[in-house]
Design a binder for this molecule. Structure first.
Ligand code: MG
Ligand code: MG
Length: 616
């Protein structure tokens, strides 16, 4: 299928939009009338700009309030349409998109509308043009694609066809069965959009909250499967009205759009060349921190306090491996290379995540196919070239797999120190939380879920003393990898302050798992690791909420452990202080619990804010 995108999806002027659309690899573009009106040039200039970029203008839209108008208005509408045809002739575009009438002056009646479309089709045909009819979800008389199809069918004109828009259909939960019976050559254009499920009027929902397939909650795949049954192999065009997209970078939004279509077609088994499947995530192999030598001693002290052993040093670089259970934390104090440049920009920070996947080379191939950004840097003799792509905030995501020699990276690149340490019972990385700009959230949601076999769970709002934080989890079905994306529109929340202090998006906290939180906390205390103090009120409330016994509550309270329960499953959490105002660790124990202690998040955020104020 041929793919296209509407200019309305992107920010900037029409010329910038066309550049971004071409750069993202699209071959088709829908021109929105407003973009043309505000363009400083003639329609012919637009045509040439598009041609120079290898873009075909697939439709001109929208043409509003046409069908079912009273006689005097009807004639004027035909004159209006002829003007659009003039304009389209200059643009080099042959399809006018007409959306269903919302005017209170319009009358209903399928036959009446069909007559209007037949007449419009006659006029279009004389000019070698076509018209497509789309049912808006809020159309006055026609708001269902089945009625729009009946109008097109009865119009009985080869130049009149149907436009299907997944938003209008899925927002109304219209049955998809009738779609399968529409002859494919009667469908002139298919517009795709996803959206979050919201309780609001269709118009506001559509104009502000649409997003790319895979970013929202709509069953876009079901829509595509119904469409596939018609045999349709024409244009698939993204038409997304979204406030964040219109505030974001046109280039990166256009790439997100193309990525979403590639992934959607991939899910239908129709992608060519075919992509390797989404990478199966087996766990977090390592987390790499960029820092300078001045910071290293306090980082080392924290590592020792948490029960990590300095298990290896890199054979040729100033990189140290700290390990405990199945966790590897890597401190990089190199004076050149990627980690160093990351440090220069962000200060002490997580510069890379290493994920264990089923097939690292295939993951990189899939990343390329999805227009992700592969990363390579010169490797020294004897070093492995670990497949990597750019992730959140310019950080890297490396891929290691058990089958290739990448599995032996620690033996190949590191010299064991032979040092051991009394561990604190930490076993694996439980989850990683990344803070980002609000506008970036959908980008990274799509990045993770298109490349990796991670699925999103419904987003949550968390109350921070500085405002609301939106929290979106992606995770593998077995919990081997869990990533939390946090963003806030308030500049006063912890996640927003992180962005300004660390100069960009990145990892803000890392949760490590234990099988016995009480033993682990005892060990951390013994090692002198300060933990976040939790106010007494929390435990009073916990008593009321959970009915834990006095002894159990006392035990939690004495160790500053947060607790959550879901049926019979249980969750325990403690937090370290924040390292140099940057990131912190969490220790968690799960007993069949799959959440993240959302009920405790606001308590934790308030306690951290209080602590930061004391320290500042
Ligand atoms: Mg539409
Ligand atoms: Mg957490």
């Amino acid at each position: 299928m041929k793919t296209a995108i509407a200019t309305v999806c992107l920010s900037g002027g029409l010329d910038e939009k066309l550049l971004a659309i071409a750069a993202a690899g699209f071959k088709g573009v829908e021109i929105f009338e407003n973009d043309l009106l505000s363009f400083n040039g003639t329609p012919k200039d637009v045509r040439h700009a598009a041609e120079d970029l290898g873009l075909t203008i697939v439709t001109f839209q929208p043409f509003r309030d046409f069908e079912g108008m009273p006689a005097d208005k009807r004639e004027r509408d035909f004159v209006r349409a002829e003007r659009k045809f003039d304009l389209m002739a200059e643009l080099g575009c042959d399809l006018l998109m007409v959306c269903s009438n919302v005017s209170p002056e319009s009358a209903g009646g399928i036959d009446r509308a069909a007559e209007d479309f037949h007449a419009l089709g006659e006029r279009a045909a004389k000019r070698g043009m076509r018209v497509g009819f789309e049912a808006l979800a809020w159309g006055r008389h026609i708001n269902d694609y089945r009625d729009a199809w009946e109008v097109v069918r009865r119009a009985g004109h080869a130049s009149v066809g149907l436009v299907l828009d997944s938003f209008h259909i899925l927002s109304r939960k219209t049955d998809l069965k009738a779609l399968t019976a529409v002859p494919r050559d009667r469908i002139f254009l298919v517009q795709l959009a996803d959206a979050p499920v919201l309780e609001m009027d269709f118009l506001s929902w559509s104009r502000h909250f649409r997003n790319f397939p895979g970013q929202g909650d709509f069953p876009v795949l079901d829509f595509m499967i119904a469409l596939q049954q018609t045999g349709y192999d024409g244009l698939l065009s993204l038409e997304i009205f979204n406030d964040q997209f219109r505030a974001g970078s046109a280039r990166s939004v256009a790439i997100d759009g193309h990525r979403s279509l590639i992934w959607l077609l991939d899910q239908m088994g129709g992608s060519a060349p075919s992509l390797p499947p989404r990478a199966l995530c087996l766990g977090t192999e390592f987390i790499e921190f960029a820092m300078d030598e001045a910071t290293e001693p306090s980082f080392n002290a924290l590592m020792r306090g948490l029960g990590f052993a300095r298990s290896g040093v890199h054979k040729s670089k100033s990189v140290t491996r700290w390990s405990q259970g199945g966790i590897n934390l890597v401190a990089n104090t190199e004076k050149e290379g990627f980690a160093h440049s990351y440090y220069i920009t962000h200060g002490t920070a997580v510069c890379a995540l290493g994920l264990r996947v089923d097939d690292a080379a295939a993951t990189l191939r899939r990343a390329r196919g999805l227009l992700d950004q592969p990363f390579q840097q010169a490797v020294g003799p004897g070093e492995l070239e670990i497949p990597a792509v750019r992730g959140v905030g310019g950080s890297l995501m490396y891929f290691i797999d058990p089958a290739s020699k990448l599995a032996r990276v620690w033996d190949i690149e590191f010299e064991p120190t032979g040092e051991t340490a009394p561990d604190a019972g930490l076993t694996v990385v439980d989850h990683i939380s990344q803070s980002m700009h609000y506008e970036e959230m959908l980008t990274w949601l799509l990045f993770y879920s298109s490349l990796l076999n991670l699925d999103k769970v419904p987003a949550q709002d968390v109350l921070d003393p500085g405002g609301l934080v939106k929290s979106q989890v992606v995770r593998s079905a077995d919990g081997a990898v869990r990533i939390i994306l946090n963003a806030s529109q308030s500049s006063r929340t912890q996640s927003s302050r992180f962005l300004s202090e660390v100069f960009g998006s990145g990892v803000q906290h890392i949760a490590l798992a234990t099988d016995d939180i009480f033993a682990t906390v005892a060990k951390l205390r013994e090692n002198g690791v300060p933990l976040l103090r939790i106010p007494e009120n929390y435990y009073d409330d916990l008593e009321a909420r959970t009915g834990l016994s006095g002894d159990e509550l006392d035990r939690l309270k004495s160790l500053d452990i947060l607790y959550d329960r879901d049926g019979t499953s249980e969750y325990f959490q403690v937090y370290t202080h924040t390292f140099e105002d940057r990131f912190f660790f969490e220790v968690v124990q799960r007993r069949n619990y799959t959440g993240f202690g959302a009920a405790n998040a606001s308590i934790r955020l308030a306690a951290q804010t209080r602590l930061a104020q004391q320290i500042d």
